[in-house]
Ligand binder design. Structure first.
Ligand code: PLP
Length: 223
């Protein structure tokens, strides 16, 4: 299939999942994760109507950003970020999806020249290999992040284990949404917790059923 056909198919499948879940039609943003392809291919996706580009590594992010910065794209850094690299990239980022320590939040505060919309990454499945806060660490971290006015916590990001069954995915994504709602109700300044970054090529319909507002889709565009 051509890239254009794939793009059309992904957008249709996301629309279908939104409809199946009874949610409003523009309630989910599609981030095309372009880490597998050259900047030119990312540009073709943008020409086909993709508005959100995501990269998981700083070097690849900057490569795409420099190639496409005049295209009006919204830029997502979706992978873990080392503190020492924050200064190289943070001011080009619209949404950072992998805030996983208070130390990193402090570095963002120090280097950012604007407010950075961040997702707190949470390790719901408690996998040892996964980045992110454990659920019980979150509230103490938020107390500290509350002082950092350039770090806006728009919501939670989570990743499911590759091995998860559909039932486990339902439980995990439902749990993430409950947690998001609880944190939203706490009403902290610059922490609206309205957004949920969850769902990838293999599991986005289930994530959308549980309230995802940003799906991060890579391979389905390029298969
Ligand atoms: C690669 C990547 C994705 C996209 O995964 P696909 O399975 O290719 O859709 C989403 N999120 C993160 C953090 C990634 O690194």
């Amino acid at each position: 299939m051509s890239l254009k056909d794939n793009k059309k198919r992904v957008f249709e499948e996301v629309d279908q999942a939104i409809q199946n879940s009874g949610r409003p039609s523009s309630s989910v943003q599609i981030i095309a994760v372009t880490k597998y392809v050259e900047p030119q291919i990312a540009k073709e996706l943008v020409s086909a109507g993709v508005q959100h580009i995501g990269e998981n590594r700083v070097d690849k992010f900057l490569e795409k950003y420099n190639f496409l910065k005049d295209e009006g794209v919204t830029w997502h850094l979706i992978g873990s970020l080392q503190s020492r690299k924050v200064k190289d990239v943070i001011n080009f980022v619209d949404y950072f999806h992998a805030l996983d320590s208070v130390k990193l939040a402090r570095e963002i505060q120090k280097r950012a020249e604007k407010t950075i919309k961040c997702f707190l990454q949470v390790n719901i499945s408690q996998e040892v290999t996964k980045h992110g806060f454990a659920i019980e660490e979150i509230e103490a971290a938020l107390e500290e992040i509350a002082e950092l006015d350039k770090v806006e916590i728009v919501g939670l990001m989570t990743m499911a284990p590759l091995s998860a069954t559909d039932q486990e995915l339902h439980e995990l994504f439902a749990e993430a949404n409950r947690l998001r709602e609880k944190l939203a109700n706490q009403g902290r300044q610059h922490m609206p917790f309205t957004e949920l970054s969850m769902g990838m090529s293999g599991d986005f319909p289930i994530a959308i059923a549980h309230g995802s507002t940003f799906v991060r889709i890579g391979s389905a565009f390029f298969d």
